[in-house]
Design a protein around this ligand. Sequence first.
Ligand SMILES: [Zn+2]
Length: 470
Amino acid sequence: MAQVAAGMTGLSELMADPARVVFDEVADSFEELERVLNAKAALDAAFAWLAEQSPEAGQRVGSTRGFDYLLAGLGLSKKEAAARLRTGRHLFDPPAPAPAPAPEPAESEEEHRAREAAEREKADRERKAREEARRRAQHRSAEILGVISQELANLNEHADPGSAQLYNLALAEAGRRTPEDLRSWLRDKVTQANQAGMPDLLAAYRKRFLHLGEADADGGRRVTGYLPAGDAAKLAAALAPGLRAGVNLPDPTGKDPRTLSQRAVDQLSVVLDRYLANQSTATRYGVGSVLFSVTAEDVESLSAHSTFSTNTGDTLNLIDVLRLGAAKFDVMALHDTDGQPLALGRGVRHASFFQKVALFAAQGVCGCPDCVTAAVHGDAHHLKPWDRGGPTDLVNLMLICRPHHADNDDSRSGAGGKGHADRCPTTGRVGRRAGPGQPLRFNTTHAQDRSAGARIRNRRDKAPADRAAG
Ligand SMILES: [Zn+2]
C-alpha cells in the first residue's frame, strides 16, 4: 500500500501543472497506470463480496449488513456499492444448482440418462468458466465489468450457455471491443442464450421495476421502468383515452398543441388523481397522500421562488402545489419558531397519521446519519419500545427507514453489533448511536436540511449545538 501511495504522490507532483509537461514523455507511464489500475476493479469486487459474507464488516459501522460497511466504511454511493457486489457475486458466488428438471413422463431410461449427463456437463462447463473468468477479470476495468453485469441481468435461469460461460466469453471479447460495442454484442448473445434455453414464462415478471429518478434542476423526475405484458396492457388501456386531441383540456374543441407524449402524461395525472381521491383505498392511510411541510414564515413570504419539501422526497414549486389540487388531498404542517409542529392539516384523521405528518415535518428523511430515504418510505419508531411502556407520543417517536428500523437494537446493549436510535436530551434532536456509549450522530444530509424543522433550527442557531452533542 505504501508503494502505491508513493507512486501516486510522485505522479501528482509531476502533473501539478500539466501545462509544463511534455505529452510524449508521460504518455507511456499513463497507459501503464491505466493497465495497472484496471486490476483494482476485480479487487474491489472481491473485497465487496468478502464484506457481504463477513459479519465483522457490518459490525464496524453498527449494522448487520456488509452493504452498509461499503457505504459508511468506504464512502461509496449505493450505486457503486451495488455494482461492485454484482461483479463480486458473478465471480465468487458458488455456481447456482441446476434448476429442477421438468418432469418428462414419456422419457425412456436411456433418454433420462442422456439428459442427466447433459446437465452435469453444463454444470461442469459453468464451473470451469467461472475459474477462467476470475483470472480474466483481473485485467478488465470497472466500466467493462459493469457493462457485463448489467447485460447479464437479463439472462434467464434456463438460458444456454449459462451465466458463468457468457460472463467468461464477454471478458475475453472485451479485449478487442470498445465498451459500447461489447454491450451490443453481449445483448445479442443474451437474447440467443435465452432462446436456446427452456422458455421462461416468468422472465418478464421477474424483471418488473418502476424507478423514479432524482429530481433535475427543474424539479421534474425521469421515470424508467419495465412492465410485464399484462401491466403494460393495463397502462396502455388507461392512457389511450387521453391521447385524442382535446381530451383533458379546458376547451376540448379548440386546437390541441400538445405532443402525444405530453397528452400521455396529462392522462396519467388524471388516472393518479382518481386513485388518490378514492377515500376507501387502504393505502390512503398517511402514505398514499402527498404531504408537504411549510413554516409560518414561508406562508407570509410566498414568492415565485417558494418551494415545499414533501413526504415523497419531491420539492414542489407553487405551480406543482396548485396542480396537485392541494385543497383536495393534502395536509400542511405549520411550525412555531422552535421548529416544533404547531398546527396540522384539517379534518378528522387518526392520531398516528398526524404524528407521521409532524415527524416528516421535523425530519424530512430517515433520522439515521447519512440516510436520504424519503419520509414516505419510513416508519414511526418508538425510541423507548412500546412493549416496555414507551408511549406513542411525538417525544418518543422518530421517523426511520425500514432497513434502519429492522437493524435497530431496541435493547441498547450492543447485541449483534447493532446500533440504536436515540434523542439528544438537550436539543431534542433525534439521531443514531453505532452502539452503547458511542456518540450520537445526526442526519446532516442535504435532504434533511430541506425539512421545515431543519430550516428553523439552522436559522435559529448559527452554530448548532446539537451537532456536537454527545
Ligand atoms: Zn435510513
